[in-house]
Design a protein around this ligand. Sequence first.
Ligand SMILES: [Zn+2]
Ligand SMILES: [Zn+2]
Length: 130
Amino acid sequence: MSTMRFLLEHPIRARKVKEAAGSKCELCGKISNTDELEVHTFIDPGEEQEMPAEELECFLLVLCPQCHEDLHELPAGCEVQQMLVGQREDSIKRRIRAILGYIPSPYTPPDSDVEAAYKDACASKFGNLI
Ligand SMILES: [Zn+2]
Ligand SMILES: [Zn+2]
């Protein structure tokens, strides 16, 4: 199965990805109807097989048809698409990853909290030794 297992086979998911990107072209910024926007992907099919679905977020772009065509024509297309993904806002990244099948890891409290909890536990057990 290819990247498009999500995007082409599941039009609703493709639409959600476009909406997550703000329903606009990530290259020229033009706001468009999600039906008009296209999802461009750039990943080696072999690599893709071994990748968790949410990682595909780094290998797709939401583009208007004109920019999509241009990007394919552009000699520096590879660099441009990587730059665009690199500039993507974290909130958008998170949304797209969630759509692509992100399963959140179990909640781990910040280090400081763990330490405080540990100190509390020790203090109650051994007095104020630490
Ligand atoms: Zn565009
Ligand atoms: Zn494309």
